[in-house]
Design a protein around this ligand. Sequence first.
Ligand SMILES: Cc1cc2nc3c(=O)[nH]c(=O)nc-3n(C[C@H](O)[C@H](O)[C@H](O)COP(=O)(O)O)c2cc1C
Length: 387
Amino acid sequence: MEFKRVVGTRRSIRWFKPWRPVDRSKIQTILEAANRASRSMNADYPRALVVYRDDLPDEVREALRNPTTSVDLDLAPVFIFWYFDLNYPSGTQDRLKELVAQNALPAAHGWSDAYVEEFLWPQVLAPIAKDPNALVFMGATETGIAICNALNAAVDEGLGTCLHAFTAPDKVKAIFGVPDTWIPVWLQLVGYPMEEPEAGGQRPRQPLGALFFEGNCNTPWEDDPATTSRLRSEGLIQEPGPLPWREKEVQMIARMFGLPEGSARQEDIPAHAAPGTPASLTRWLSALGANDPARAGEAEALTGTLESFIAFAGAEGPDELVERCVRTTKQGDLALSAKGRREIDQQIDAWAAERGLRGRDAIVAGNRIREFLIHNGVFMQGRVAFP
Ligand SMILES: Cc1cc2nc3c(=O)[nH]c(=O)nc-3n(C[C@H](O)[C@H](O)[C@H](O)COP(=O)(O)O)c2cc1C
């Protein structure tokens, strides 16, 4: 793919084909691209640990779940754990002298072996190597630059990819023998996208003039319309999301995996509660479009499922389920209750088991209840039900 189209096509992909492994040569390409990134001091900052999903112990996968990363971990076949090695300054003089020997750092610009050994290292670089803030700042920045190449290389290889918070470094370290000097940065998930490569359209960005300036910081960058139009034709600028079919695309994929469905956008929800209907129930059904007369019967079926869970949980009604997941902070603010959510989550599994549901059926039914909570602002993570 042309460079501009790669950059323009890259999206954070959160739906992967779980059944399709990634050819090892594509992973090598990703690593090679990362290794080719520019780097200050010519130092080797990044480290990557490639692990295949099916070799990942369940305890690691569970520990990696966090509020921003969950279903992705069940679907993506390749995990690249990115780190930087705190020892990166070691050997800097030799690596700079290699650049001097190649005339990449030429005498014409003032470079020499003696300058590297006698002045640059002792006076400039060695102090940086002793400054913990500088070490972390540079390590993280430089690894980010390498990861950026890795993301774009994945897209160029026809893969989907997304970076994720790397929240269980201790578990990963213990199981995979990660050295003590490696500092975790991000987790990159890689696989074949389940969604279209457009993934619903290019994600929102501010115009250049809001971010970039020319000459001085009071003069916003002004786009040249002819250039903008060329960049559109070359694929750097693409149709912004959401494309008209995006909602259906996500709905169909979610249904394939038995995951919670419905529009996550609150403003999509019309206020049409029948008198006496609990607000939480209305929100859920509206988010699913289940009040649409063309889908008569669906609302009744969903309400019946929820009522069964309400009875199992010993709640007064739907609103109480939501209330159980919420707490008031010391400052008097409303917050989600980790304990309340965990309890409801466990009750959901117990309820499905009591109804005699097993395997996919149990997960799908449980995810309906989670879906109800999600549409009422309670952050829940559905489980993937493989067909
Ligand atoms: C360093 C970094 C960390 C990220 N962490 C997460 C994450 O933990 N979970 C997630 O779903 N997306 C994560 N993302 C993806 C961003 O949310 C995403 O880049 C943003 O929504 C813009 O979308 P785009 O990447 O498709 O342009 C991360 C992105 C970056 C660059």
